[in-house]
Each structure stands twice: as structure tokens, then as C-alpha cells.
Design a protein around this ligand. Sequence first.
Ligand code: ADP
Length: 696
Amino acid sequence: MPKPRMIEKVVTDSGTECQHSTSILSDQHTNKVKPAVVKKKLVKKSLRKVHPAHTINGKSKASSYDRVSNSTCKKAKINGKSIYASIQSENDCDASSSVPSLASNFSGEELDSSESVQIPADDESCSYITEEECDAKETEPLTVSSDKADVFQPALRFSAFSGVPPYLNFCLHDEKVVELPWIIRRCLKWKLSTITPVVVRKTVVNSGFRVIKEPKDWIGTWGKHMKSPLFTSILEHQKVNHFPGTFQIGRKDRLWRNMQKMVAKYGNEEFGFLPQTFVLPHDLRLLRKHWSRRTTDVPWIIKPPASARGTGIQVIHEWNQLPRKKPLVVQSYVKNPYLINGTKFDIRLYVFVTSVNPLRIYLYENGLVRFASLTYSTEMNSLDDLYVHLTNYSVNKHCEGYVANEDANVCQGHKWTLASLWTYFLGLGVDVEAIKSSLSDIVIKTLLSVTPALNEMLKNNVANRYSCFELFGFDILLDSDLKPWLLEVNISPSLHSTSSLDLSVKGPLIKNVLNMARFQFPNNASSLSKEHLANYISTYFKERVCEKSSGSDEGSQYCHDPSCSRFDLSEEATKKHEFYENIVQRAVSVPSGSCWTVQNQGHKVPTDIVEETNILDGLTRDDVQHLIETEDELSQSTGFTRVFPSVNSERYFRFMDKISYYDMLLNEWQKKFGCLGDRTLAIDYLKSHHETTKLS
Ligand code: ADP
């Protein structure tokens, strides 16, 4: 197990060095961020609780917000130069919590002492990690530090649409956001789980959260998959990194069963991208039949149904090598992998699902390419050499011949970035776009195989669609014809990032994932925190000031509004849904092999229905809310490609038992405005409807 790193104490008492900074008020206003200089200064003990002094046009200024927040503004002399800093009065903080200084993003002081946190060293997490594994990993303390301390990002991000509460802005793991006053920041609690990866912890801590082991309340967490009933306890202002039911693809046995159903319905041509699999003991007879039909030199790969990191995997070719006593997945071995430098590799794709209904799937443009450490061979006597046949990093790192690669841009060693693989392929004249398109096809179809089940689980266990998002790791093997094979789907993909290559992929991945998840201030924050938030926004984001609704606390208009993302619908919206889901869908039968559109099936639909079928006319408040979420999410999707909905979403409608209203809505939206480039038209269209529905 890797050794944990020690706590880096940044905030210190009198006489010791700590970081002090100027922040970027003017940039915060525009959301355009220029790095501000961080100077290492000596800070007196009396200045421990310091708010950022904002720099405008190169001059330091105490913020007016600091005055509003009862903070005492003092002029501090640091290394002979004057700076203004506001010193928060004790009244501003909880008695139990010390107020961390602005430089303390990474210190142990961020953690309430009563809730001391043991943070495990990061290691490869897995698709279905056991309780024992998790516990075993959480043994020694560790905290994180900033590497790129001179970059400050805004703490808040605003929607393209007025009246939408601000989003919390996540920065990179080695950046920091401008520190919000403590009275506001104290409600930003992140629940530590046993598998929260270091890169996630760094990202959230540097973005202003406190990471706490067992907080009374929290906003976000990054943990292992939970059993579905546990999702019922998620409060409406909380977000978790899973949807209930995703073990349906995260377990190898369930993945196969779900895919089998799709193959049975739509054929091998469309869904035959998973190597043929048998789930034992259930399929033992079937396997026996198959086995006898194949020649003995065709290998099989056997895997535990719910594990990861190559654990328990073997390549076998004789019937008597098959363990009988435990549940097992037996899979046809892809014998002709595409080789680079004579070795086998697989691809880790990162797939981000922000919503199940409507289905929104994003594919991260970068990823990892993991090589086996020894030359590939099909000789029977090589089959038990895992360094030849398995491509897991966790297996191959133990091989003497394993060569690490720190350079994200270079094709060397046993781990590359996906971007490097594409460059390598382009150099060989390979049609990279065709491979990418097959990969997104596999991703979409795999998720479609479980969306009905996920929808059902969501409806039964989750109160609010705000609550869930999920990052998946899809493992793909290319064969010698460059045909991609899906090997497995990880529901807790490894975010292990000790090498700079890993970090270059996973750092931006996590930042963007958290921003696309669109975290907002909790609506249950104290009235004082809300009030201070309102003051902060009126001071720094004047153009974003909006009125509170009557009867609510000042500042509540800047906090998450759960009513916007509940599943229940107004009468008007219910009618519209019924119209599209029942009448149109029943009237429009989709012939296999053709695209679904209301228009091209018009002859089967009563004329009056067709005339009324522009779903984008008469948008309901709920429609507008969904489209705002979709646009705000898309605006944060740097490094990702939205693969569903996309230009060819309709092609996938025939693989859906029931096309949901929201999928139809987003499909039409996508057709009208696309999902790339300039969003001005889409945003203007939506703004006009937003105003109308707000008034109605
Ligand atoms: P784990 O979850 O334990 O990593 P995988 O299914 O990903 O299990 O398999 C581990 C490794 O074994 C893969 O990375 C790949 O190199 C190899 N492998 C798995 N399935 C096959 C297969 N059907 N054909 C060829 N190689 C395979």
C-alpha cells in the first residue's frame, strides 16, 4: 500500500511562514480569471483570521463586504508594505470552529478537530469495492497541499439565465478559488468517504469546502456505490456521485445479462460488442456445450463477477481449470488484440452521466491507455502470465519490465494518455474518427441497456433530480481490426493520480465533472449565512443581484431551490407529457432500422396531433428549467463531448422501450440549436421563454 503523505500545515502561528494573497475582485466580476500573485509573508498571530484583501488595478483594497460582515478592517504591514485585511470578529464564527485564514485551504485546520479525518492514501478504486477493502485502506492520516498556489479562480459561477442561484465554482486540484467569507463558507461541507480519491479531495478543499468525516450536514460526497434504499436519505440540497442501480452495469455478471437482453431484442450487429460471456453457476451447462464446440486452444478468461484491478482473473484453456465452487464470469478471450510494440493494451474511457431522464451522456476526450508489460503471445504456456495478458496497471506495476511514463504527450512506457494514442494512430493513417464514433456508440448503447432500470430506481429512491451524477470508467480493448470490445464498466473508476500523466488527465476531469454537476449553496444554510451571501453578491456581483421571493429569507434567492428539480409536475406539464408520451408515441411506431421523428411518421399520426407536435412551442416552466440545466451544464463541459443527446440521438430511440418526454424535448432542442459552438441563439430563445414562464 502506498505510504500516506503527511499533513502540510500552511497556517501557522506567529513568526512562522504562511501564504498571504491578494485576490481578484475585478476578475471575479467577469468570471475571467487572471492569476493573482501570492506572496509568502510573515503574518502576525493576531491576523490569523484574515479575509482576502481585494486588488483593483493593482491596488489593494479592503472589500466593502468585509465591512458589511462585521469584520474589522485593518491595515497590516507585511514586509514593510501596507495591505488591508479584514479580521473577522469572533461573533462571525461558530464557537466550535476556528476560522481558517485564507491561506489555510490545505491545512488540518480545515477539518473540525472533533471530526478528525483519516484520509487514506489514494489507490485504484474499483467497480464494486468491498467493505473490508475500503476499511483496510483507511488507516493513516493524510492531507493535501496546493502545488500551483498562485492561481485564484472565482468562488462563484453564474448561470447564463437570470434568477438562477449561483453555482459553486470548482478549480483544478492545484489552484485555489478566492476565499469566501467564513460565515458563508462554513456551510460548504464535503462528506469524506472511505474511497474519496486525493484528486477529489484536493479539488474540493481548494474550491472552498471543508472535508469532514462524519458531518452533521453536507453538500457533496464522493464515495462508493450505495444500496438503492440508502439513496432515500439524501437531502434535497445534497449530491452524491452515483445513481441508484448502476451496479446493473458495474457488475460484470449484470452487465452481460443486460446486454444479452439487448442482443436478443436488437441483434448482435448492434449490441455484440461485449465478448460472449457465461455467468456461473447458472450458465454452466450452456458453457459446457459451447466449450465442446470450440477447439481446445481457444482461451477463456475467468473473472469474479464483482471485483476489479485484475483480482482473481485467469486466462484458461482447459475445462478442468475452471473453478466450480464460486460464482464466476467466464468470457471468450479476445485472442487477437491490436498490438503496439508487440504488447497488448486497453483503453480507459471516462463517461459522465449528469441525468438519466432525460439521458445526458458526456464522453471525456482524454483517457488512459494501459499496456501489458510483457510482449504478447498466444502460446498456451504463456496463458498464466498475467503480465502478458492483463493490462491493469495494478497488476503490471509489479513487473520488473514495467516502464512508467510521466509525460502526457509522449508515446512511451506502459501508460499513455488517450490523446497520445490518437496522435500515434493518426501517424499510422488510422481513421481515428471512426474509432471514436464506435466508442461513443458502445457507451450510449451500454447505458441504454439500463436506463429503464435506473429510471425506476430513481423514481423509487430519490426525491430530487439534483441529487445524483455519476462518472463511469469504460474499459475497451481494440482487436487487430481496430474493432472495440467492451470489457467492463467501472462505477468507481480509479482516480489514483500519483504520476503527472495521471494527474494531467484526472485533475481537469474532476474539476469539470464537479462543475457540470452544478453544486449550489444549500437552502438550509442559516439565515445569517444567507444574508452574508446576499451581501457578498451585491458587493461583488452587482449585475447578478436578484429579488428574493416574498416571505423568504434574504439570500435564499441565491441558494439551491429544491422545488425546481423535484419530479412532480404541474397540471400543465403533466398534460404535455401525457400528450407526447402516450398519444404521439402510440401513434408513431418506429420501424426497425429507421430514425424516429414525429414528422417522418406523420402519415400514421392524426393530422391535428402532428400540427401540435412542436414540443418547443409553449414551453412549460418545467421544460424551461430542464433546458436551463442542460445549457448551464453544457457551458461547463470543457474537455467533454456530449454524445447523448447529439446529432444522431434519434438513431438510438428505437433501442428505447419508451421514449421519455424529456428525451424528446432535448432531442428537438438539440436539432434546433445543436450542442456545439456558439450558444447565443439557444440561450436567447430560452431567455425569452424563461421570462414568460416566470410571469405565468
Ligand atoms: P478488472 O475489473 O479486474 O480489471 P477486466 O474485465 O477489466 O477486470 O479485465 C482485466 C484485464 O484483463 C483487462 O484490462 C484486459 O487486459 C484483460 N481482459 C479482460 N477481458 C478480456 C477478454 N475478454 N479478452 C482479452 N482480454 C481481456
